[in-house]
Every structure is written in structure tokens, then in C-alpha cells.
Design a protein around this ligand. Structure first.
Ligand SMILES: Nc1ncnc2c1ncn2[C@@H]1O[C@H](COP(=O)(O)OP(=O)(O)O)[C@@H](O)[C@H]1O
Ligand SMILES: [Mg+2]
Length: 313
């Protein structure tokens, strides 16, 4: 549980850490600038910091009381548990999930194993270490399938594969990113995403991209992607919200995040991944879900910052 704060001075000097060195650097800078402006507009003494090394220097010099983490991705991205461990060791409070939730969510394959073990539905998959026999794996999964890096975000390196002839190229693209690959059953149906804020599950969003799927272009550039929020009605909506919170809790996540889901033509939900430091750009999804719940962008940033106060801490 996070704490309800009314006085902006209670937060102290806040470092908004953004940018960094991951593949999602540019998206993070965009998110970070928006968050920074919102916090400042609410009277919070917030400052931008680019990347983990600069943040750690500033913290050791005693410049900040807490951290709003809006780094995306791994390897300097700050979404993978490394930053969280460093902050724990320095006793500095920060927004969002801790070491375990961050690290586990960053690894899609291991996230899926946890969900499977709890009976939470996730598309069938084969983990592909470097050099694995991808054609044998594809036989096991069957077409259509999807190939992605196991530990990236923003749809980078993700390809839908409808026939054997497209497979090698999809694998080559995904292999440009660090870490193992993941091959999954392609779920045909609707794409939904569910934002979590504190213990509250916000209204679901049904994403309707103009193109074939929700790729990097649809996420950050295109202006013609449709967002329906709430994405579902009645029981279907409450069922998906409940599943998303279960999925989030199962990975040890905390504070805020976003659960990505595919819903097949039979109305069955399939968990894809959890994002522990989701995008906060003008095109981003969490701000849209918050708006539908009557929470404006500034209030959303405030509430995320409140998650840096752990109850009893
Ligand atoms: N199993 C799947 N079936 C259908 N579409 C998928 C599947 N996995 C991923 N996608 C599509 O690819 C996009 C990116 O995949 P995702 O697993 O959410 O990775 P990330 O957002 O971290 O790049 C999704 O938003 C969805 O459009
Ligand atoms: Mg995703």
C-alpha cells in the first residue's frame, strides 16, 4: 500500500531518472520530460537525471530524497532490477516494483513459467537460447507464431510469422537484441492492456492498430491507432481486471505497472507480459486508462510518486 500525501514538500527533492542506455532510451526521455513537468506543476521539487551512473553520483552526494524511475528496458534501462538493487543498498525510496518484480517482469519467458505454474493462461511457447533449432521449435508451436526477444520492450524485434519461409528473417531480427529469444503461439483476436496503480486496477484499454499489429510505429508514431477504454463491458471487463492484478502480484510487482494481454475470438484472455515502468508519453496507455478513471496526468504522476512510500517503512 502506498501512502496518501497532500503536501508536495513531503516528497523532498525528487530525481526523475530517465534516458539511460537501453534500446528504449528515446521513449524514456519523452516519458521523463512529461513526468518532470507534471510533478513540477504540482509544486514538487523535481529534477531530471539521465541514466543510472549520474543518478548514483547525485544520490551519494546527498542531492535527492527519492527517485521517480521512468527508465524503460534493461542494460542501463533501469526496469530490470539493477537500479532497484542499487537504490535498496543506498536506502533511497523509489517508485514502482522492487528487485524481484522488476527482474522477473523483464524476462518474458520466466514470467510465463510463473503464470503457468499458477494456472494463469499465457500463450504456448518455446524458449530459444542462442543457436537453438528454430525450425524444430516452430514445428512444436505450429504456425502462425510470433518471435520476440525474451527481454526487450516497445515491440522491438517482434515479428509475426505465418509460414516457414518467414522464420529465419524473424529470428535474425529478434537476435539483434541481447538475451534469449521467445517463440509463442500467435493469438488472433483483440489486444488489451491493463494499468495498475497502487492496488487499483484502472479500466482496460482495447488497442485497435490501423496496421497488422501494435508495432513500434503504432505505439509511438502513428496517430490513427484507436484506443477504446474501457475495452470491455460487464463481466468480461471485471474478469480481465482481476486476472491482470493476479498476474501482477504473481510476479512480485508493486506500486504501478501495465499488463499486456491478447483476447482470442472465444473471449479467452492470454497474458503476454508485465511492464514495471510503462511509458508515460502523450501516446502512452497508462495515462489514457487513468483519464478514463477520472485521474488526470498530473494526478497520475503524483500517485505514482506516492508509491515510493512503503506502508510501515
Ligand atoms: N502471442 C502473441 N499473439 C499475438 N500478438 C502478440 C503476441 N505476442 C506479442 N504480440 C504482439 O506484439 C506486441 C509486443 O509484444 P509484447 O510481448 O507485449 O512485447 P513488448 O511490448 O515488450 O515489445 C504486442 O503488443 C502484440 O501486438
Ligand atoms: Mg508489450
Amino acid at each position: 500500500m502506498s501512502m496518501k500525501i497532500t503536501d508536495p514538500a513531503r516528497f523532498g527533492r525528487v530525481a526523475v531518472v530517465m534516458g539511460g542506455s537501453s534500446a528504449e532510451r528515446e521513449v524514456s526521455l519523452d516519458s521523463g520530460r512529461n513526468v518532470l513537468a507534471a510533478l513540477q506543476a504540482r509544486g514538487i521539487d523535481a529534477h531530471a537525471i539521465d541514466g543510472i551512473p549520474a543518478l548514483l553520483d547525485a544520490l551519494r552526494a546527498g542531492h535527492f530524497a527519492r527517485v521517480f524511475n521512468i527508465l524503460h528496458g534493461q542494460h542501463g534501462g533501469g526496469e530490470d532490477g539493477v537500479l532497484q538493487g542499487a537504490l535498496e543498498s543506498l536506502n533511497v525510496p523509489y517508485t514502482g516494483s522492487g528487485v524481484l518484480g522488476s527482474a522477473l517482469s523483464m524476462d518474458k519467458t520466466r514470467s510465463k513459467r510463473v503464470w503457468q505454474s499458477l494456472g494463469l493462461t499465457t500463450p504456448g511457447f518455446v524458449a530459444l537460447p542462442r543457436g537453438a533449432d528454430v525450425h524444430a521449435a516452430a514445428k512444436q508451436i505450429g504456425f502462425p507464431l510470433i518471435v520476440k526477444p525474451a527481454c526487450e520492450g516497445s515491440s522491438v524485434g517482434v515479428t509475426r510469422v505465418f509460414e516457414e519461409a518467414q522464420l529465419d528473417q524473424a529470428v535474425q531480427l529478434a537476435a539483434k537484441y541481447p538475451g534469449d529469444l521467445l517463440m509463442e503461439t500467435l493469438i488472433e483476436g483483440d489486444e488489451l492492456t491493463v494499468a495498475i496503480l497502487g492496488r487499483e486496477v484502472l479500466p482496460t484499454i482495447h488497442i485497435v492498430p490501423k496496421g497488422a499489429f501494435y508495432d513500434y510505429n503504432a505505439k509511438y508514431i502513428a496517430e490513427d491507432t484507436l484506443y477504446l477504454c474501457p475495452g470491455l463491458e460487464g463481466h468480461a471487463e471485471s474478469e480481465l481486471r482481476a486476472l491482470s492484478l493476479q498476474a501482477f502480484d504473481a510476479l512480485g510487482c508493486y506500486g504501478w505497472g501495465r499488463v499486456d494481454v491478447m483476447r482470442d475470438r472465444n473471449g479467452r484472455n492470454w497474458l503476454l507480459e508485465v511492464n514495471t515502468a510503462p511509458g508515460m508519453t502523450s501516446h502512452s496507455l497508462v495515462p489514457k486508462a487513468a483519464a478514463a478513471a477520472g485521474i488526470d496526468y498530473q494526478e497520475l504522476c503524483w500517485r505514482v510518486l506516492e508509491t515510493s512510500f512503503r506502508e510501515g517503512a
